[in-house]
Design a protein around this ligand. Structure first.
Ligand code: HEM
Length: 252
């Protein structure tokens, strides 16, 4: 189910800006941006296939297809192109040798996607770093955290997240994006928040303090599961707490 939603979002994001063909050839900078988007979206969907669906072969094939399409476009980055080719070959040799190991192949190719992001768009692929955004794993890491928060919140009757209504994929997609942006804005990330104010977004939901507490608890639990430092959790908990006055309508 979650993979379906992720796939829908990937297609949405990957096709933005591609609606009109331009007469001029692409500038290298624009080409790099598109390569990074393809690598990033593939890594995101692959993570979901690997971790959530345990579909290791699906993940391997997705990465392989993405990399085979990207390799010829890396001719202006020869060293990177050679590294990626080598990883593709290594993963394929793994099959030829009769030792087909899909998780191992997926890891090899994921490393290649990370190397591409690292060289072309390091801000999208944060690992250990100076800002909290980077420590959270950049956009990929934060999206994973947000997905887990939404999944856990949707399942918790103490939160009653969708207020008795059937979850709408469009709303989930929007929420997922705006939550990532909100975290980005508060942790030194590159994305700016584009959603409604907290009061507008939650108006009429009659959210209680107890429901808010339960949601805050879920967020902390998920952050702990992702091994986020206690100091960083404290900062994020403060950000969440600062929204209580705009979200809680029904005093209990
Ligand atoms: C018990 C507490 C909460 C419940 C039940 C709840 C529920 C919801 C629901 C159902 C929506 C979708 C509204 C719609 O588009 O129809 C929403 C939107 C949103 N919520 Fe919450 N929420 C809660 C607390 C929070 C907290 C603590 C945060 C962040 C600190 C947050 C951030 C957001 C954001 C960013 C949106 C999207 C805003 C937009 O539409 O532009 N929510 N919430």
């Amino acid at each position: 189910m979650r993979t379906k939603i992720v796939l829908m979002l990937v297609v949405m994001v990957a096709t933005v800006g591609l609606s009109r063909a331009d007469e001029k050839p692409l500038e290298r900078v624009e080409l790099d941006k598109r390569i990074a988007t393809a690598a990033y979206e593939s890594a995101l969907l692959g993570t979901s296939l690997f971790n959530d669906d345990k579909n290791y072969e699906g993940c391997y094939r997705l990465y392989q297809g993405t990399l085979l399409a990207i390799v010829p476009l890396l001719d202006h980055r020869e060293t990177l192109q050679a590294k990626v080719k080598l990883r593709l070959e290594r993963a394929a040799d793994n099959i030829k040798a009769g030792k087909w190991d899909a998780p191992k192949g997926a890891f090899e190719l994921r490393t290649a996607l990370d190397e591409i992001l690292e060289e072309i768009a390091p801000a999208r692929n944060g690992k250990k770093g100076a800002t909290m955004w980077e420590r959270l794993g950049g956009e990929i890491g934060v999206r994973k955290v947000v997905d887990d928060i939404l999944l856990a919140a949707a399942e918790d009757p103490k939160i009653n997240f969708f207020r008795g209504k059937k979850p709408d994929p469009k709303i989930i997609g929007h929420l997922r994006q705006t939550l990532v942006e909100m975290i980005s804005e508060n942790t030194g990330g590159p994305l700016k928040y584009t959603g409604k104010t907290m009061a507008e977004a939650h108006k009429g939901m009659m959210i209680t303090n107890a429901e808010f507490d339960a949601f805050a608890e879920v967020i902390v639990k998920v952050l702990k599961k992702h091994k986020v430092d206690d100091a960083d959790i404290k900062v994020l908990a403060k950000v969440i707490e600062s929204t209580r006055k705009d979200i809680v309508e029904k005093r209990d």
